[in-house]
Design a protein around this ligand. Structure first.
Ligand code: HEC
Ligand code: HEC
Length: 278
């Protein structure tokens, strides 16, 4: 049987209105890191071993390009989340030493391919967000993460070319419109024709990880200099959806306060929604 569009295919398969299978990354990683804890303890001072579980750890300005190159190399060694974390963290370890030399960075490998291959939150974002949370004031890390995620969803990526790429191919860019691994990778594979198991796809995700780290370090350096300004706002269509479905709204059935695009997945809605779909 031939289907002319994904929507028809879904209809044919007896599925409902959702174009993409549920991906728990929507509510994963970041949301679990949203509420600043009220039990924050003193951060460990540079040069001491960490005696508390508190954040932030000490931060010093680091070179975004060096961090991006480190992220690219770490991607090859341990995957996207490892790269996203180690790119930032490793530069701080080099610069500050203790307590950064005590942390088991290898634990970040779990985030590969949207957490153990589940295609949820992009690992580069997950790793960078973990590092941001570690070194930022508990009151501001959400706004820094929002900037990073908003930029990731809307930007032609990857936009970093490493000094020694793992392939000689041209690596084209795509706009993911989503922070999710599955959506981000599959759009790129569809556009470029490279398979997910190809070395080019791995190179693309390595460069993407480096791009994310470079941007995240820029934000962190601004924070350290006192010049960071939170600018991210959900787009008007998403804000509109949330006036009826978000927190404090009449329906309050959507546990999301930030999102790049609701209609990325909700490709068709009841006709009662026609007014918002224009
Ligand atoms: C003015 C209020 C309002 C706005 C704005 C709104 N919705 Fe809804 N939505 C509703 C109501 C009421 C229902 C349940 C009745 C219905 O299905 O029409 C609903 C139902 C839904 C459903 C369930 C549909 C189904 O098949 O049962 C989805 C999904 C949804 N909305 C998504 C969205 C998205 C995405 C947006 C933004 C593009 C949005 N809504 C904007 C009020 C709204
Ligand atoms: C990554 C894909 C994805 C994104 C992005 C997404 N959703 Fe959903 N949403 C789903 C899936 C999958 C379900 C479960 C659908 C089901 O049970 O039929 C769902 C369920 C819903 C429901 C309940 C539908 C029902 O059947 O009653 C509403 C309302 C809804 N989403 C609104 C939104 C709004 C508003 C946004 C943006 C802030 C959004 N969604 C973003 C995938 C997504």
């Amino acid at each position: 049987m031939q289907y002319s569009s994904r929507r028809e295919f879904l209809k044919g398969a007896g599925a409902a209105t959702i174009g993409v299978v549920a991906l728990s990354g929507l509510a994963g990683g970041v949301l679990s890191c949203t509420k600043p804890s009220t039990t924050e303890t003193k951060p460990p001072a540079a040069g001491t071993s960490p005696t508390s579980t508190g954040v932030p750890w000490p931060y010093q300005k680091i070179d975004p390009v060096a961090a991006a190159e480190r992220a690219y190399a770490a991607y090859s060694a341990g995957g996207c989340m490892y790269g996203g974390f180690e790119g930032i963290f490793g530069e701080l370890r080099n610069k500050i030493g203790s307590p950064y030399d005590t942390f088991p960075v290898a634990m970040m490998k779990y985030g590969s391919a949207g957490v153990s291959g589940w295609g949820t939150l992009c690992g580069s974002l997950n790793g960078a967000a973990a590092a941001i949370c570690l070194v930022s004031d508990p009151k501001v890390y959400n706004s820094i993460i929002n900037e990073l995620f908003g930029w990731y969803a809307m930007t032609e990526l990857p936009d970093f070319k490493p000094a020694k790429p793992t392939t000689t191919s041209q690596i084209d860019t795509t706009v993911a419109n989503s922070p999710l691994c599955h959506i981000s990778v599959s759009k790129w594979c569809t556009k470029t024709g490279f398979k997910t198991s190809s070395p080019q796809r791995a190179d693309r995700c390595g460069r993407l990880t480096a791009s994310v780290v470079r941007y995240a370090v820029d934000l962190l350096n601004k924070q350290a200099a006192g010049t960071f300004k939170a600018a991210f706002k959900v787009t008007p269509p998403v804000a509109e959806c949330l006036t009826c479905h978000g927190k404090g709204s009449p329906m309050e059935d959507v546990h999301v306060s930030n999102q790049s695009q609701c209609i990325e997945c909700h490709t068709s809605l009841p006709s009662s929604h026609d007014a918002f779909m224009k």
